[in-house]
Design a protein around this ligand. Structure first.
Ligand code: BF8
Length: 654
């Protein structure tokens, strides 16, 4: 009998998958078994961009192809497999960039409304970051008010989306050598929307039909995400809602409460979540909950919105991407309030088996068969209260079929790039110097960003946790965002005690500074924080003069979203070796894959790799880190000798 595939390493998830089956609720883990992935689409060999197709051009398996056969393996229009695969890849980048950037645009609009006094309830929380941004963007400070400065910043930021010429302003934050490289290769993005539109144009039927040229636009579009839309979102959110600092909280479905109204806020944009976190404390709301028989209101997050309110308010996280439906299966959730991105339509059908209300709140993202209550940021508090009341009204409808898995784990979140600066260098000499020194002396071998989604095609959380444990065991400090961060938090890797899983050198640094070996840096748009941290390492000196010189690597071992491809591409285009697991969307074409996995390194200093085995993936990253250490001449430092007193005395005699 075939061995049953492990669905998850998380016991709360397993418990709720079983309950879903008992309750007759169809969840993603089951759908992944009944709906098999299309093998031709999965490897990027299907073109569906015009009505002459869809055309399928897969590699002939197990047979050697003659040149004549290869000549015929094309779309109806004559598009080669290379063009088709590269087009599909570029479209994923464009979609991912569009998602992050439309989030950035929305945040910018709210930022401007707050500055103009048109969004009561919100305020500028981080003045220092506001002023830093003003300096970066050339906005006059003088004796102007924060609001006046913020209006200028908001207007400049908004223009970045529609700009037609020149370069995105935040590119100037990158090391000079990197900026030059982008200019020389013609991939410095002009405007965020322009690059997305051009990517869609060039992948349209009969336009760009040179795979290398298509992939060049892939880099330009992705850079418009990392150094554009995502970075704008992170920066303005920090000014509005506060730059995260370390905060203790808890994660997993066990954060739900039997005797309170449970509200899960799920999605990506933080403004509604911020306001919900505030008005949940309102005595009027608590009284209202009591009037319906509950002891209070319990707010918990899911996916990247969770990361945002966790880092700024300590609001606990109910789970990551694959747990969204399972939260409803507990039978204890009165409302799941969603905004945009990574929200499964399956929520609507799962909710039919329970009393949970799915409330959509954004005009851009409605779900058939659910309740829509649009969040009005110009009247944010009342809008948030109306949503809370709807959830509270649903509490009396809770049935007896409630089971909250008894699993939750402590975690510390909130390691922004600025916090790492302070923690390592101290408040009065904030710098990355101690990090660089510890990399140079070999205690820390290198730094890895492990990020991205869950994917039900692999064992949930297992690939993230195995990879990250292997990295820290080998003295690699790990920075995390998104659902990957949540996986490792659930596994107990985000508390200082996790230093016990780290190699001797990394453990020593973590114990001295009092940080975990795995740092939680936020939501997926906050991967821009990792770009900034890497840039700060270059600027602090001693580790080369470009991002591609650093002993660093990136990974998204359980990725599923197009957003992950955009992120990976901007890391590669910024000079970082990046490993993806689960599946890889160009495997149907050798030329395109070789270009991404090999040739890009010569151009950008960074390249892609695909490795579904997390240990092997970690080892690829470690080998890359060691290659960079060698090039920097710091490879010998790791073989340091620890001298005891007697040896020291001997040395003194020499
Ligand atoms: O932006 S990691 S599953 S929640 S896409 Fe989605 Fe992937 Fe999670 Fe956040 Ni990011």
């Amino acid at each position: 009998m075939a061995e049953e595939k492990v669905k998850s390493i998380d016991p709360a998830t397993i418990e709720m998958i079983e309950k879903a089956a008992q309750d007759g609720a169809l969840v993603v883990f089951e759908r992944a078994e009944t709906t098999k992935a299309c093998p031709i689409g999965a490897e990027g060999s299907c073109c569906s961009i015009c009505a002459m197709g869809p055309c399928r051009v897969p590699l002939p398996r197990g047979k050697t192809e003659t040149p004549e056969q290869k000549r015929k393996r094309v779309g109806v229009c004559g598009a080669t497999p290379e063009t088709i695969t590269a087009r599909n890849f570029l479209r994923k980048i464009a979609a991912g960039t569009a998602a992050h950037s439309d989030h950035g645009r929305k945040v910018t609009e709210i930022f401007l409304a707050v500055a103009k006094g048109e969004a009561p309830g919100f305020e500028i929380k981080d003045e220092q970051k506001l002023l830093q941004l003003a300096l970066d963007l050339g906005v006059e400070i003088g004796d102007r008010s924060n609001e006046e400065i913020a209006i200028d910043i908001g207007e400049i930021a908004l223009k970045e989306f529609g700009k037609q010429e020149g370069e995105l302003l935040f590119l100037k934050r990158a090391p000079l050598k990197r900026q030059e490289l982008w200019r020389n290769l013609g991939v410095a993005p002009r405007g965020i929307d322009r690059e997305v539109v051009e990517a869609m144009h060039r992948t349209n039927m009969g336009v760009d039909q040179d795979y290398k040229n298509l992939l060049l636009q892939g880099v330009r579009t992705a850079l418009a995400d990392g150094w554009g839309g995502s970075m704008i979102a992170t920066e303005l959110q920090d000014v509005l809602f506060g730059t995260p600092t370390p905060i203790l909280s808890q994660i997993n479905l066990g954060v739900l409460k039997e005797d309170e109204v449970n509200i899960i806020i799920h999605g990506h944009e933080p403004h509604l979540a911020e306001m919900l976190a505030v008005v949940t404390q309102d005595p009027e709301i608590i009284e209202y909950a009591k009037s319906k028989g509950a002891k209070g209101v319990n707010l918990a997050g899911m996916c990247c919105t969770a990361n945002e309110i966790l880092m700024r308010h300590g609001v606990p996280i109910a789970g990551n991407f694959l747990q969204q439906e399972l939260a409803i299966v507990t039978g204890a959730v009165e409302a799941m309030v969603v905004d945009v991105q990574c929200i499964m339509q399956g929520l609507a059908s799962v909710a039919q088996c329970y009393h949970t209300k799915i409330i959509t709140t954004d005009a851009r993202a409605k779900i058939e068969g659910t309740t829509h209550m649009e969040f009005e940021e110009h009247d944010a508090a009342n809008s948030a209260k109306a949503i809370l009341r709807a959830a509270i009204d649903n509490f009396p409808n809770r049935s007896k079929n409630v089971r909250i898995p008894n699993y939750k784990t402590d975690m510390i979140a909130g390691f922004s790039h600025e916090t790492i600066n302070y923690l390592l260098g101290g408040l009065f000499r904030a710098s990355y110097r101690p990090l660089n020194d510890n990399i140079i002396n070999g205690r820390i071998r290198g730094v890895a960003g492990v990020v991205g989604c869950n994917n039900p095609r692999v064992a949930h959380d297992d690939v993230h946790v195995s990879m990250v444990k292997e990295l820290i065991k080998n003295d690699v400090l790990v920075l995390q965002t998104g659902c990957s961060a949540m996986a490792c938090a659930k596994a107990g890797l985000m508390v200082p005690e996790a230093a016990k899983y780290a190699g001797e050198g990394l453990a020593e640094v973590c114990e001295t500074v009092g940080i975990p070996p795995v740092l939680f840096m936020g939501a997926c748009i906050d991967n821009s924080r990792i770009l900034m941290a890497a840039t700060a390492m270059v600027k602090d000196g001693g580790l080369g003069d470009d991002l591609s010189d650093l002993p660093v690597a990136g990974a998204a071992p359980e990725w599923m979203s197009e957003k992950a491809i955009a992120i990976g591409q901007y890391f590669v285009g910024s000079g970082v070796f990046t490993v993806f697991g689960a599946t890889w969307p160009t495997l149907g074409n050798e030329e395109v894959t070789k270009f991404l996995f090999q040739d890009m390194e010569e151009m950008y200093g960074g390249k892609w790799a695909f490795e579904p085995d997390p240990i092997k993936g970690a080892q690829l990253m470690i080998a890359h880190i060691d290659k960079k250490r060698k090039a920097l001449g710091i490879d010998k430092a790791r073989e340091r000798v620890l001298y005891d007193m007697e040896m020291r005395r001997e040395l003194d005699k020499v």
